[in-house]
Design a protein. Structure first.
Length: 126
């Protein structure tokens, strides 16, 4: 598939497809004429990337999640199901963290006086 075909199939701009490739989220190859080509599962990968972005995952977190998919050939239904479950767990964890933050904000305690509030890095659960 060409960049334009992947973009049309997923509803993203061609520049987004190139961005995803540049950041290792999807893999393309070059033809003898130096044109990019993507495997048939590239649109599915792009759709999954868009879901991950909507829930606030960083490019690095998305790349880590996508490492569970085969790098060559088509991913199986079970591969996509496993990835979906990992993303779902991450979404639930983020919702829990947001609820905890909201509880802190509405507790009536000055934020600087809340015990154990630290800027901890977000991680993608395995």
């Amino acid at each position: 598939m060409t960049v334009g075909q992947v973009a049309a199939a997923t509803g993203v701009a061609a520049s987004a497809v190139r961005f995803y490739e540049a950041h290792g989220l999807i893999a393309g190859r070059r033809t003898h004429g130096n044109q990019r080509r993507f495997d048939a599962d590239a649109p599915c990968r792009v759709r999954m990337i868009r879901v991950c972005q909507r829930v606030g995952l960083s490019v690095a977190e998305i790349r880590d999640l996508l490492t569970t998919l085969p790098t060559s050939g088509r991913a199986e239904v079970s591969d996509w199901a496993d990835l979906g479950e990992r993303i779902e767990r991450e979404v639930h964890e983020r919702i829990r963290d947001l609820r905890d933050a909201l509880a802190d904000l509405t507790s009536g305690t000055m934020l600087c006086e809340l015990p154990g509030v630290a800027d901890t890095p977000t991680r993608v659960s395995a």
